[in-house]
Design a protein around this ligand. Structure first.
Ligand code: SF4
Length: 146
């Protein structure tokens, strides 16, 4: 894990216990969460670094890489997604996307069959901090399973 990853974890007091892997622009984090930690609400803007200017890349991806099983639907839908031959898992070429790239990444998020169809590719509007897709709750809240 990068030092930034540890800094990110410690800012939420995430320590010791439940394991989750989050892949994010600068973080491949192994999260260890307590019961108390699970009650902490994590907003999309809490995840990751500063990134490029919002005007250039208004959207970002939060990806639950640990739940990918390599179905490849994302790669069929978007050039931003590819299967890593060494791991058999998908990864995005970029975590920050422009308006032109939005539709194909939304398709990838909506087609992803992981988590019983809820999906593990989360497309976030950085201006409103809302999840645009897959948005299984229908309210724009981040649907990551922490
Ligand atoms: S569609 Fe979902 S489960 Fe399938 S490879 Fe892409 S991210 Fe992984």
């Amino acid at each position: 894990m990068t030092s930034l990853g540890w800094e990110w974890l410690s800012q939420f007091g995430l320590a010791d216990r439940q394991r989750k892997i989050i892949t994010e622009p600068t973080i491949i984090g192994l999260l260890i969460m307590s019961e108390q930690d699970r009650e902490t609400v994590i907003e999309p803007s809490d995840v990751g670094g500063e990134g490029p200017p919002v005007e250039e890349k208004p959207y970002k991806i939060i990806y639950e890489a640990n739940l990918c099983f390599g179905a490849g639907r994302c790669a069929e839908a978007s050039d931003n997604w590819e299967l890593d031959i060494s791991t058999g898992l998908a990864k995005p070429q970029s975590y920050y996307i422009s308006t032109d790239e939005l539709d194909e990444n939304i398709r990838a998020a909506e087609l992803c069959p992981a988590k019983k169809g809820d999906g593990i590719i989360h497309i976030i509007d950085r201006r409103t901090d809302e999840e645009l897709a897959p948005d299984p709750h229908g309210d724009g809240t981040l649907s990551v399973e922490w």
